[in-house]
Ligand binder design. Structure first.
Ligand code: MG
Length: 253
């Protein structure tokens, strides 16, 4: 099942995507009591918003072997986690705006886990019961600031640096999903989540050992090899099998 958040007639609505048609819901799809309405809209007639409004975004660094190698880093024994600001989130189609054009700003295609229920101290056995679904994310990263600061908050939290969407898909196998990123049609990243060092269940266990996750929160699971710079005028497209395409133009501020 694919779920969306969208704007129509100046109001924010939630829906279930059925082919090219959105069936409106009477509330947020994350709420178990939400029901379907009779109202439908052609997908082409609405403006899609980021499918969730996370309160927290936990990101995982160096979670693919080849990416750790290309960054010249050792493979972390435990998931390397950090937080990025939820205010950086934008939707499919919105522009990634680069304020520091002299810096190297990289794309990072990532599968994002969307939390469905309040989650703390999960086990491998119950972890997936707390997941609502999965979406595409771009962990846009200012490499100059990342090196200068020695940590990631500033480098990865600029407004517009976290494209998310376009849908939340509930029915994929998150540990076996092809993930690809193109810039202006040229393939830069092409991998599969079966190459994750720490799989989806392990990430949920390790993150919730530490913190409580709430519905709509995101875990960004790390990026495969092939990260590279973006510049104004580029069109960046992330495609994850079973979810769809997240497309964002790049421009200067
Ligand atoms: Mg990343």
């Amino acid at each position: 099942m694919k779920y969306v958040r969208f704007e129509k007639n100046n109001s924010v609505k939630y829906g279930k995507l059925e082919g090219d048609v959105i069936r409106e819901l009477d509330g947020n799809f994350l709420d178990a009591a939400t029901k379907e309405r009779d109202q439908t809209y052609p997908l082409s007639n609405v403006e899609l918003l980021s499918p969730v409004e996370p309160r927290q975004i936990v990101a995982i660094g160096l979670n693919y072997v080849l990416h750790a190698k290309e960054q010249g880093k050792a493979i972390p024994e435990e998931p390397m986690m950090f937080m990025v600001s939820p205010t950086a989130v934008i939707s499919d189609g919105e522009s990634i705006k680069l304020p520091n054009l002299e810096h190297r700003i990289d794309h990072e295609a990532e599968l994002a886990i969307v939390i469905g229920k309040t989650a703390k101290d999960l086990t491998r056995e119950n972890a997936l019961e707390y997941v609502f679904g999965y979406t595409c994310a771009n962990d846009v990263s200012d490499r100059d600031l990342q090196k200068k600061d020695g940590q990631f908050t500033r480098a990865k939290s600029f407004t517009t640096y976290k494209p998310v969407g376009p849908v939340v898909e509930t029915d994929i196998d998150p540990n076996h999903a092809g993930i690809k990123l193109t810039v202006n049609g040229e393939v830069r990243q092409d991998s599969n989540t079966n190459d994750l060092i720490h799989d989806i269940e392990n990430l949920l266990v390790k993150v919730t050992e530490v913190m409580t996750l709430e519905p709509g929160d995101l875990i960004m699971t790390g990026t495969p090899s092939g990260v590279g710079p973006m510049k104004p005028g580029d069109e960046v497209v992330i495609e994850i099998d079973g979810i769809g395409k997240l497309s964002n133009p790049v421009e200067s501020v």
